[in-house]
Design a protein around this ligand. Structure first.
Ligand SMILES: Nc1ncnc2c1ncn2[C@@H]1O[C@H](COP(=O)(O)OP(=O)(O)O)[C@@H](O)[C@H]1O
Ligand SMILES: [Mg+2]
Length: 239
């Protein structure tokens, strides 16, 4: 579904922050990228979405190269991206936020059908469709951001730290939402600092260090890995 080959990306000035990453996410699968602050996780997602000035390598969606696409072309091709920086429109209603997710759809009837289908999947949002998005809790706002991408019916959804700043119950809500996407056959590529919970919600995990893949395994194996526990879950070696 999503395949990244030899991706190198940076902000200009010659230094490559993402320095040769290969990864693959299949339909129905959540792959989570973990790594310390500054490891290049956000840069990796921006690089995949072609948002950076310096970039080499290939990005394939169902085997078709999309690496040179502009954002709107990526969205139309089936790749969605929810950035780390929160992006709900607080002064628009929940329903209007969902419609914004389909701004590329010219066919108004199709847009209405897609929004209705998304509302059916997320009763919490449907019940409050006419309220300001600002009235939602933090976790529900993340849910709205994720739901909004579904209006374009993407194949692959990239989420940058969806659980950041949320209370534990809301973290569960967000990871449940990600899991819900995979039941629709979507592929999810997620970046997370909430390592243990994110891995427990995922199928596979990738450890990024200094812009390179250091470890790659099933999420379960990474949760049980002593090095991962020590470096990324705050577990002391002698604990
Ligand atoms: N807009 C930017 N311009 C220049 N350097 C940046 C920018 N954003 C991030 N960086 C640098 O890229 C590196 C990786 O950052 P980032 O991808 O945000 O890490 P992570 O998401 O893993 O915490 C850091 O050294 C950071 O200073
Ligand atoms: Mg980041």
């Amino acid at each position: 579904m999503l395949e990244v080959r030899g991706l190198r990306a940076g902000y200009g000035g010659g230094r490559m922050i993402v320095d040769g990453v290969d990864l693959r996410v299949s339909a129905g699968e959540i792959v989570t990228v973990i790594g310390q602050n500054g490891a290049g996780k956000s840069t990796l997602l921006k690089g995949i979405f072609n948002l950076l000035p310096t970039r080499q390598g290939e990005v394939l969606l169902d085997g078709a190269p999309v690496g040179r696409f502009a954002s709107h072309q990526m969205l139309s091709a089936g790749l969605a991206y929810v950035p780390q920086h929160h992006s709900v429109f607080p002064k628009l209603s929940i329903a209007e936020n969902l419609r914004m997710g389909g701004f590329l759809l010219r066919d108004r009837a199709l847009l209405a059908r897609r929004v209705a289908a998304v509302e059916e999947m997320f009763p919490v949002l449907a019940q409050r469709r006419d309220q300001y998005a600002a009235s939602l809790s933090g976790g529900e706002q993340r849910m709205l951001e994720i739901a909004r991408t579904l209006v374009m019916d993407p194949k692959v959804i990239m989420l940058d730290e969806p659980s950041i700043g949320l209370a534990p119950r809301m973290v569960d809500l967000v990871f449940d939402t990600a899991r819900q996407l995979t039941r629709l056959g979507k592929a999810v590529l997620m970046v997370e600092q909430n390592v243990r919970k994110a891995l427990l919600a995922s199928d596979r995990g990738v450890v990024l260090e200094l812009g390179r893949v250091r470890l790659e395994d099933t999420a379960r194996a990474l949760v049980d890995d002593a090095r991962v526990a020590q470096l990324y879950m705050g577990v002391r070696q002698d604990a």
